[in-house]
Design a protein around this ligand. Structure first.
Ligand code: NAP
Length: 310
């Protein structure tokens, strides 16, 4: 069975190290088109990274593909309809990164509330002798609205409750077992919340879900955290809202067109930027790699797949 990998994975090892086979990496081939024309028909399994995905053009050149094993939770860059038409199974990382991403969101929330992103630099620069940092805000008693209440959203809710925040969420359907406040209207959630955390999937259905109207509903004291996908936020509206002080502060881990950034983001006030590191722990990345490799092995031996989405 021929396995193809789209791009190097951001993990301590590559699938070939664990599988013991040489796995060609498309983005490292001298001429990917020539390789695909010659060998694309042999490929049954495609390993990809959620930020590389599997566009229709690639899937069309792999007519005998049976499995896409995705490294990551998001499948927004995989052409799911093309995969469905070709009866290709898709697996994703499921729960193995959930808690590390939720930890990252908690750090973003607390850093925004405390306003202390620059505290270390402040001490090192000797600025402390000129007076203290401005005061921050307590987390306890503040309202957090979570957009998207799946694995990561629920893990964020657990953490937020543990530090005394009052939790509400928006998703298309209410989670029946949860007693937390479900808001069917995302704007109502934004009006209610002090902090909104975005934990929605990316893709066409959530494109610019957080737009100017949403940011205005969150308001000048409101804070926004995005650990989901850059596409979920209208970045130009966010930059304008921060500049005009119509939004209090924001923390972004993900961006449109990342790793390139809209240069205006760098100039926007009260904005905490991190380079898509929600799952960037050694533990999570090893577990994500093992998850991919376990699915390739399961596929080879006709066993059930884990974290199957399609
Ligand atoms: P998940 O378990 O599939 O949860 C998604 C949630 O969003 C569900 O509650 C779903 O509920 C809701 N939702 C989906 N579409 C919606 C829509 N159009 N409107 C309103 N709600 C909607 O996904 P997850 O594992 O929590 O991951 C969420 C996302 O986080 C991933 O897709 C990925 O893009 C991102 N992520 C980022 C990092 C990072 O490093 N920063 C790491 C991992 C994942 P309903 O279906 O009921 O609406």
């Amino acid at each position: 069975m021929t396995i193809l990998q789209t791009t190097p994975l951001p993990s301590p090892q590559q699938p070939s190290d664990l599988l013991g086979d040489a796995v060609p990496i498309l983005d490292q081939l001298d001429d990917p088109c020539v390789w695909l024309r010659a060998q694309g028909g042999d490929v049954e399994c495609l390993i990809t990274h959620s930020m590389r995905g599997a566009p229709a053009a690639l899937l069309n050149s792999l007519p005998n593909l049976k499995l896409i094993a995705n490294f990551g939770a998001g499948i927004d860059l995989i052409d799911v309809e093309a995969a469905r038409r070709g009866q290709v199974a898709i697996t994703a990382s499921g729960d193995v990164l959930t808690h590390d991403v939720a930890d990252m969101a908690l750090w973003q929330i607390l850093t925004l509330l405390r306003g202390n992103a620059h505290a270390d630099a402040f001490v090192r620069a000797g600025d402390w002798t000129g007076g203290p940092l401005p005061l921050g805000r307590s987390a306890r008693g503040r309202r957090i609205g979570i957009l998207g209440f799946g694995r990561i959203g629920q893990a964020i809710a657990l953490r937020a409750e543990a530090i005394g925040m009052i939790v509400g969420y928006h998703s298309r359907s209410a989670v029946l077992w949860s007693e937390l406040r479900h808001e069917a209207d995302p704007l109502a959630l934004a009006r209610w919340a002090d902090v909104v955390v975005v934990a929605l999937p990316g893709g066409a259905k959530t494109e610019a879900f957080v737009d100017a109207a949403f940011l205005d509903a969150l308001g000048p004291e409101g804070m926004l955290v995005n650990i989901a996908r850059g596409s979920v936020i209208d970045e130009r509206a966010l930059i304008a809202a921060l500049r005009d002080r119509r939004l209090g502060a924001a923390a972004l881990d993900v961006f449109r067109g990342e790793p390139a950034l809209d240069p205006d983001l760098l100039e926007a006030p009260n904005l905490l930027l991190t380079p898509h590191i929600g799952s960037a722990t050694r533990d999570a990345r090893v577990a994500m790699l093992e998850h991919v490799v376990a699915n390739v092995r399961a596929f080879r031996s006709g066993m059930p797949l884990a974290g199957r989405i399609l």
